[in-house]
Design a protein around this ligand. Structure first.
Ligand SMILES: [Zn+2]
Length: 388
């Protein structure tokens, strides 16, 4: 279907159970879903060239509004042609609203009905992030997709606090849609903490608004991971099925598998790149902490099935360990590329499994809703990096 903003579209091509395979169309190209968005906090996916990010299969990245707004400034980015031109990323791009980081990183922050007031963690400058300012700044940065400003309560906040956060997020949703930049898609953000009933009600409320897509925010903020896994399939069913669904800031390979089974289309997380810089390579069978002595003479690559520059290039675990211990920056690039390739492979395999199951089920009416291929995909991935 066409999304409300011209130039955007989303089509679910196949589904099995709640899982879906689709295509998201943006002014910077179409991309297959489910998809993983590498995070480029400062306008760069740390250590990698844009072409290296694209080689992982990623066709959309995430930029952090809070960081870019404070430095180098949204006006400067706009004057150089927007973040696509500034960062030399030719594919699709999404920015968050800045609210989450304004609240978690800034100093002397205060939350009122008109937004977040805070002091920059860089120079102490006083800033105010209202729904209108969040849309203005994201408009200047110029990503394809902007996110509404929302209120994210802590994971185990008391119910009245979560209700108040949902209500304020809805009021801000209206203000953000009013203040949007023409031509930029906007996603709404469902809150509700670990209360499924609140999430379901908020999802229905935001589904009735003119958002191009809907996101689930406020997960992975302190609550047990099992709580999120249990609530996802219940909450996604209240999200309009014709629009893309985005699970914000989550997570491990296992979280992606559970999310995709629950009907999520888009993910982002700093985990694969952050873990890489800590010397942790993710594989289908778990994590490799490269500095461990056990890899000292290990001639194997990280994962013989992986097509990344580190594995396909034949770089042994022993060499990667040596680089890490010698503090050579090449190892950060190699493991970052490896981890993002793994995520790219995960979402590709999920999509293939959904398409395969849907095609098999269409051919043979007796096995309606069989998830044979998807179950095989899950068996292949569930063990990987479960502890993050
Ligand atoms: Zn690899």
């Amino acid at each position: 279907m066409k999304m409300p903003t011209p130039g955007f579209g989303f089509a679910v091509e196949a589904s099995v159970g709640l899982a879906r395979a689709g295509t998201l169309t943006t002014p910077h190209g179409s991309l297959p879903t489910p998809t993983f968005m590498p995070v480029g906090t400062q306008g760069s996916v740390k250590t990698l060239m844009p072409s290296e990010v694209a080689a992982t299969g990623a066709r959309i990245v995430l930029g952090n509004t809070y960081h870019l707004w404070l430095r180098p400034g949204a006006e400067l980015i706009d004057s150089i042609g927007g973040l696509h031109a500034f960062a030399r990323w030719p594919h699709a791009m999404l920015t968050d609203s800045g609210g989450y980081q304004a609240f978690s990183l800034a100093e002397r922050r205060k939350l009122t009905e008109d937004g977040f007031t805070f002091q920059s963690h860089l120079d102490g400058a006083k800033k105010h992030l209202s729904p209108e300012e969040a849309m203005r700044v994201q408009g200047l940065i110029g990503a394809d997709i902007a996110m509404q400003l929302d209120v994210c309560p802590p994971g185990l906040a008391p119910r009245p606090e979560v209700i108040a956060a949902c209500e304020r997020t809805t009021r801000w949703a209206r203000r953000c849609l009013e203040a949007r930049k023409p031509g930029q898609a906007v996603f709404g953000i469902v809150q509700g903490g670990s209360h499924v009933d609140l999430r379901t009600a908020h999802a229905s409320e935001l589904s009735a608004m003119m958002f191009d897509g809907l996101a689930l925010g406020g997960y992975s903020v302190g609550e047990p991971v099992e709580v999120m896994h249990a609530s996802l399939p219940l909450v996604t069913q209240s999200l309009d099925r014709d629009r893309p669904r985005y699970l914000m800031g989550v997570g491990t390979p296992k979280d992606l598998v559970v999310g995709i089974r629950s009907g999520i289309d888009m993910f982002d997380c700093v985990l694969p790149t952050r873990n890489a810089r800590n010397g942790q390579a993710l594989t289908r069978t778990g994590r490799i902490v490269i500095k461990h002595t056990r890899y000292k003479e290990d001639r194997e690559v990280l994962d013989p099935e992986c097509g990344c520059p580190a594995c396909a290039g034949g770089f042994s675990r022993a060499y990667l360990r040596h680089l890490f211990i010698a503090k050579e920056i090449l190892v950060l690039r190699l493991i970052s590329a490896h981890n993002l390739h793994l995520y790219g492979q995960l979402v590709r395999e999920a999509r293939e499994a959904i398409l395969r199951d849907a095609a098999d089920n269409a051919q043979d009416a007796t096995q309606k809703n069989s998830m044979r291929a998807f179950a095989a995909f899950e068996a292949r991935w569930r063990v990987a990096g479960a502890s993050g």
